[in-house]
Design a protein around this ligand. Structure first.
Ligand SMILES: NC(=O)c1ccc[n+]([C@@H]2O[C@H](COP(=O)([O-])OP(=O)(O)OC[C@H]3O[C@@H](n4cnc5c(N)ncnc54)[C@H](OP(=O)(O)O)[C@@H]3O)[C@@H](O)[C@H]2O)c1
Length: 305
C-alpha cells in the first residue's frame, strides 16, 4: 500500500515521505479499514507517541495521522460490533501506525458507524476536534446552560467545535484568536471576539470555563479570569498557573463511539460545521502539510478519490 512515513523528529513535516509499505494486519478486537479520508494534526510530530511505542521503544519509521473515515475490510480475532463493508470513522491509537495510508488497523471500539449521507472527507475532519471539544466542555469542564466560556484559538479545528457545542449547550461564548480571525470566529457563533494580539484579555472579566488550546502566557493570564468554582480546561499540557478558586484540568482526547455518533448527528442536521481548509490527495499530502503561507482550516487527505 501507499503510506506516508516519518523517521526523523527534527525534520518535522518536511521529513515526511510517501513510500510503499506493507498492509497492516488486524490484531485481537481490531478492524482493518480501507482509508478513504484522513486527518492529521501538525503538532503530532512533537508527540512522543509518534516516535515510540508504549514501552518507549523506537517505532520509526512510523505512519502519522490519527483521524480516519473509511470502510472496514477485515476483522481481527474476536472483533464484534462492526462488520466488513461498513462505513466508519474515528480515532486511531496514538502509539500505532496511523491513517496517512491506504489501510490502517484500529481497535474497533475506537470507531463509530459513519452514516451513508456523510462524506468521508467530512467524517475524517471530526474525530479529534469534535471529541476534544465535547470532552473538554462536558466531561472535564462540566459546562451547563447559562455559563460563560472563553474559547481560545476559536478559529482553529478544536476552537470552532468548542464554540458551536458550547453555544448549543446554552453557554455565552467569547472566542479568541488573531485579528484576521475575527469574522470566522463570529461566524462560527461566538458572541464576542478578543484579538489576542491587540486587545486586553483581562477586559473579558470573569468566566466559568476557559478552554485553552494555546498554552504559555495566554493560558497563564486566563487562569485569573476564572470565576469561583470555574474550570480551566487545557489540551496543551498541565497548567502552570491554576485558578485561585477553581479547577485546572488537562487531558488527552480519547475515542468514544457514543460521542462520535452524537457529533456526526449534529453535522447531519446542520447544528455543527467543520472547518476544512484544503483537501489533498495522498500523493500531494506532503506538499499540503508543508504550506508556504498561513492556511485557514484543517487539511484533509482524501486517500481514495
Ligand atoms: N490533548 C489533546 O487531546 C489535544 C486534542 C486536540 C488538539 N490538541 C492540541 O491543541 C492545539 C490546537 O489544536 P487545533 O487542531 O485546534 O489547532 P489549530 O487548528 O491550528 O487551531 C489553533 C488556533 O489558535 C490560534 N493561535 C495559536 N496561538 C495563538 C496566539 N498566540 N494568539 C492568537 N491565536 C493563536 C491559531 O492561529 P494560527 O494558525 O495563526 O497560529 C489557530 O487559529 C494543538 O497544540 C494540538 O496539538 C490537543
Amino acid at each position: 500500500m501507499k503510506a506516508i512515513v516519518v523517521t526523523d523528529q527534527a525534520a518535522g513535516t518536511a521529513g515526511m515521505k510517501l513510500v510503499e509499505w506493507p498492509e497492516p494486519q488486524a490484531a485481537i478486537n481490531d478492524v482493518v479499514v480501507q482509508v478513504h479520508a484522513s486527518g492529521f494534526v501538525p503538532t503530532e510530530l512533537a508527540w512522543p507517541s509518534t516516535w515510540t511505542d508504549r514501552l518507549d521503544c523506537d517505532r520509526t519509521p512510523s505512519i502519522p495521522g490519527h483521524e480516519l473515515a473509511g470502510v472496514v475490510t477485515a476483522l481481527g480475532y474476536g472483533t464484534t460490533g462492526l462488520s466488513v463493508g461498513q462505513r466508519v470513522f474515528g480515532l486511531a491509537d496514538w502509539y500505532r501506525d496511523g491513517t496517512l495510508a491506504e489501510y490502517v488497523a484500529v481497535e474497533a471500539r475506537n470507531l463509530a458507524p459513519l452514516p451513508g449521507d456523510v462524506d468521508f472527507t467530512l467524517g475524517a475532519s471530526l474525530p479529534i476536534s469534535g471529541l476534544t471539544a465535547w470532552q473538554g466542555l462536558f466531561q472535564h469542564g462540566r459546562l451547563h446552560a447559562g455559563q460563560s466560556v472563553l474559547a481560545h484559538g476559536a478559529a482553529g479545528a478544536v476552537g470552532t467545535m468548542v464554540t458551536q457545542l458550547a453555544r448549543e449547550a446554552g453557554a455565552y461564548v467569547i472566542g479568541t484568536g488573531r485579528a484576521a480571525d475575527r469574522r470566522m470566529v463570529l461566524d462560527f457563533g461566538a458572541q464576542e471576539f478578543v484579538d489576542l494580539e491587540n486587545d486586553a484579555l483581562e477586559d473579558v472579566g470573569k468566566v466559568d470555563l476557559v478552554f485553552d488550546v494555546i498554552g504559555g502566557d495566554v493560558q497563564k493570564r486566563s487562569a485569573g479570569l476564572i470565576r469561583v468554582g470555574g474550570r480551566l480546561v487545557t489540551v496543551v499540557g498541565p497548567a502552570e498557573t491554576r485558578p485561585a478558586n477553581g479547577l485546572a484540568v488537562d487531558f488527552v482526547v480519547e475515542s468514544d463511539r457514543a460521542q462520535l455518533s452524537e457529533i456526526v448527528q449534529r453535522v447531519r442536521d446542520g447544528r455543527l460545521r467543520t472547518n476544512i481548509g484544503i483537501v489533498s490527495t495522498l500523493d500531494d499530502a506532503v506538499a499540503a502539510f508543508n504550506p508556504t503561507e498561513r492556511r485557514k482550516g484543517k487539511t484533509i487527505v482524501r486517500v481514495r478519490p
